[in-house]
Ligand binder design. Structure first.
Ligand code: GLU
Length: 473
């Protein structure tokens, strides 16, 4: 926590909420209800380690809001987990889902462990026991609360969760929908792994395609040639870097715990990833310069800075040194409210987490729908569309007497498979959300920043659904 930050992560979410609430018309009591975390489950359970010792594990699941069911949000494994953090992250999930029109309430879970210090077998025991504790208290289920991956967890942990849940609930036909981010063989959806990074890319690309926004920042319209710095080479950072590079931007620096590297010509995230796997460090990558501290990457001159690791990394202390024109919050809560104030003063556009990183939960929603419908996306229409496209193309060729080349032919005839549909559903969601937030900001120019505009959008949607539920007539 930075020296001049006097409030916790949850308080900083409340602070951003209050800043935005002033631009809405809702009753104070209703706003208080939206802000509050409805249910907080703190648990302790024992695990027998491989060396025979018994350790007490501290874990949480928080359901921030049930204005829509189920609750939704990841589970993180980290040494830093505490109740305040899980509460903050659960609240962000409520606002995030509202902004991208995913009909869920917010939730989040956390287990206070550093997964690197445990064997695979120990991690499996911890994950299964955590799931059993959630089942006991009715804190998990396709219509109750649906976890997903977050920092320190992935498809493997989700597979353990669904297996534990299904074995404790024999015959529950929708059991696969109790968790998302599963491996495809266990009911997962194609496109979930890269979803958050792809959503970050779609969101920033849309912002960069807005001429008025780019003009204010003194940047050219479009992503082409823009320089990007990514902090964190986990799932979200890796995929963000990949899509930016493929989309024509230049990833000039990458940072991880052990340090950061810089290369003016641009880095290939996969080559760096393989180098780190081989040598155990991101540093000394051929052709790149080492930076002394990993936090130095946050202060590099660039067009777009993507913090994709943990909260509070840009705060009142280092925000004045940030030279990026655009910050894309791929992590949850990487910038504190103090940093926001400094960005506004310095003319830096901070594109906020609770909409920009919503790609993960959006595709989780698609996965949950797949699980409830028990059919893979594209299964019913892929072949039909291909046959129809072939027929239309044949007719055009016959009428014109010309033939389309083979590459075009393949493209035109192609019927959508699951990944195509998931990616296009995500693209539509991110573009629509970006425009919605920017419209709110334009309609009310006294809104100080994009985060506040995003909160206004979230508050209005959650409040409306409370009112429609008849809870606050
Ligand atoms: N953990 C991710 C997030 O913070 C994904 C949550 C989900 O898919 O439910 O948004």
């Amino acid at each position: 926590m930075s020296s001049n930050q006097h409030y916790s992560f949850f308080q900083s979410v409340e602070k951003s909420f209050d800043k935005a609430a002033k631009f809405t018309k809702w009753d104070l009591g209703l706003l208080e209800q939206i802000k509050a975390c409805n249910s907080v489950y703190q648990m302790r359970f024992p695990v027998k380690l491989d060396n025979g010792n018994i350790e007490v594990i501290e874990a949480y699941r928080v359901q921030h809001s049930q204005h829509k069911s189920p609750c939704k949000g990841g589970i993180r494994f980290s040494d830093e987990v505490n109740q305040d953090e899980v509460m903050a992250l659960a609240s962000l999930m409520t606002y995030k889902c509202a902004i991208v029109n995913v009909p869920f309430g917010g939730g989040k879970g956390g287990i206070k462990i550093n997964p690197r210090n445990y064997s695979t077998y120990e991690l499996e025991k911890i994950t299964r026991r955590y799931t059993a504790e959630l089942v006991k208290k009715n804190f998990i289920g396709p219509g109750i609360d649906v976890p997903a991956p977050d920092y320190g967890t992935g498809p493997r942990e989700m597979a353990w969760i669904v297996d534990t849940y299904a074995s404790l609930k024999p015959g529950e036909i929708d059991a696969a929908g109790c968790v998302t981010g599963k491996p495809v063989t266990q009911g997962g959806v194609r496109g979930r792994t890269e979803a958050t990074g792809l959503g970050v890319f779609f969101g920033i690309r849309e912002v960069c395609n807005m001429p008025d926004v780019m003009q204010k920042l003194g940047l050219k319209v479009g992503l082409q040639g823009k320089t990007v710095v990514v902090q964190g080479l986990g799932n979200v950072g890796y995929h963000s870097a990949k899509f930016f590079r493929e989309g024509g931007a230049k990833v000039v620096a990458l940072a991880e715990f052990e340090g950061a590297i810089y290369c003016e010509e641009g880095l290939n995230e996969d080559e760096v990833f393989q180098h780190r796997k081989k040598t155990g460090s991101i540093l000394n990558f051929p052709g790149a310069k080492n930076l002394a501290k990993n936090t130095d990457a946050l202060e590099l001159a660039c067009d777009i800075l993507i913090p994709a690791a943990l909260e509070n990394v840009i705060n009142g202390d280092n925000a004045p040194n940030v030279k990026a024109k655009i910050i894309g919050e791929a992590a949850n809560g990487p910038c504190t409210p103090e940093a926001d104030e400094i960005f506004s003063k310095n003319g830096i556009l901070c594109v906020p987490d609770m909409y920009l990183n919503a790609g993960g939960v959006t595709v989780s929603y698609f996965e949950w729908l797949k699980n409830l419908s028990h059919v893979r996306y594209g299964r019913m229409e892929k072949r039909f569309t291909e046959n129809l496209n072939t027929h239309i193309l044949g007719q055009i060729e016959e009428l014109t007497g010309k033939r389309v080349d083979d590459i075009e032919r393949k493209f035109i005839m192609h019927g959508p498979d699951e990944q195509d549909l998931v990616h296009s559903g995500l693209e539509e969601t991110m573009i629509a959300a970006t425009r919605e937030i920017m419209d709110i900001w334009k309609e009310n120019p006294s809104i100080p920043d994009m985060r506040t505009a995003a909160y206004v959008s979230a508050i209005n949607k959650v409040a409306t659904s409370y009112v429609e539920l008849g809870i606050f007539p």
